[in-house]
Ligand binder design. Structure first.
Ligand code: HPA
Ligand code: ZN
Length: 319
């Protein structure tokens, strides 16, 4: 479906399609432990978030040069544009690259090459959000923020991702405070696999403006009432939830009930190369399987712009 929409929850490393992974592996002399793209695709059967993350980090070995990051982002933006995305707020995971000896300047420089041409080339405006890996230390997150200071003109905000359970938001209080002091916007994954209390903590301790996933808020009626009252946007990713088994089936996804409850939901694709669909595919899937009508779909698309970090009225009107 080509309803104009904004994508607010998208990990650029999660857009690495098997074909591009093999192309980059060949270019960089990296050997992947899969015979071909079919064998790689066959490995896309996940038990939970961690089993996905293992493959997600493993495949990043093929991303080495600025050109690689530029090619990755360019391929994503072309696909997104074809599915009606007019604005994309793109996560990246610097620590997953610096840990392999790929510098932050290479990552940001490469992504930026594709992003700065995106409006003219694809009709898609963009923002970059730098995520800290929550299963790494708070000190490593702070060092990453410091290392990013030369690039802050290209980075709109910070986020928090990777393995959630056992890594509560409060672990990153200081680095989120420091990010806010630098004028960065704040978001965090919370309530994907972790408990509803992590959502509350992300809001109260990290000061986030949006909650990524936030799915498990449904277990706490008081929290739902607060999210409704404060109009906190949730960046839901239903296809991801199915693949990572946080819901049993797409038909059982609580999205319709969440909309009925008055939550400000948005629809997103998370890691589309791994989870079976980009933004338009996600809209199509929830329309077909959850029976959402046109009005609900328009509400989701409208929410995506309202919850975005687009500020200037003119830019918003141009969408
Ligand atoms: N959850 C947490 N971390 C991630 C994800 C996700 O769905 N995708 C990439 N990093
Ligand atoms: Zn995510």
């Amino acid at each position: 479906m080509s309803l104009p929409k904004a994508e607010l929850h998208l990990h650029i490393e999660g857009t690495l399609e098997p074909e591009l992974a093999f192309e980059l592996a060949a270019r960089n002399g990296v050997t992947l432990p899969y015979a071909d793209t079919d064998a790689l695709r066959a490995a896309y059967r996940f038990e939970d978030l961690q089993s996905f993350l293992n493959l997600y980090y493993e495949l990043m070995a093929v991303l080495r040069t600025e050109q690689d990051f530029a090619d990755l982002a360019h391929a994503y933006l072309a696909r997104a544009a074809a599915q009606g995305v007019r604005h994309a707020e793109i996560f990246f995971d610097p620590q997953a690259h610096t840990a392999r000896g790929v510098g932050l300047g290479t990552v940001v420089g490469g992504l930026w090459r594709a992003l700065e041409r995106s409006r003219a080339e694809h009709g898609v405006s963009t923002r970059l959000i730098m995520c800290f890996l929550r299963d790494e230390s708070a000190e490593s997150a702070m060092a990453t923020l410091r290392a990013a200071e030369p690039y802050l003109d290209r980075i709109t905000g910070v986020g928090l991702d990777s393995a959630e359970v056992g890594h509560p938001p409060a672990k990153f209080r200081e680095v989120f405070d420091a990010a806010a002091a630098l004028g960065l916007r704040r978001v965090a994954h919370a309530g994907e696999e972790g408990p509803p209390a992590y959502i509350t903590e992300a809001l109260d301790v990290l000061g986030v403006e949006r909650v990524d996933h936030g799915l498990r808020c449904t277990e706490d009626p008081d929290l739902v009432a607060r999210l409704v009252r404060e109009r906190v946007p949730l960046t839901l990713c239903p296809l991801s939830n199915v693949r990572l088994r946080t819901v049993d089936t797409l038909a059982a996804h609580p999205l319709p009930a969440m909309l009925d409850a008055g939550l400000m939901c948005t629809l997103n694709s998370d890691d589309p190369a791994y989870f079976g669909g980009y933004a338009g595919d996600t809209f199509d899937a929830v329309r077909r399987t959850l029976g959402l009508g046109d009005e609900r779909l328009r509400e989701l698309a409208r929410n995506s712009f309202l919850a975005s970090f687009l500020e200037d009225d003119e830019e918003l009107r141009a969408r």
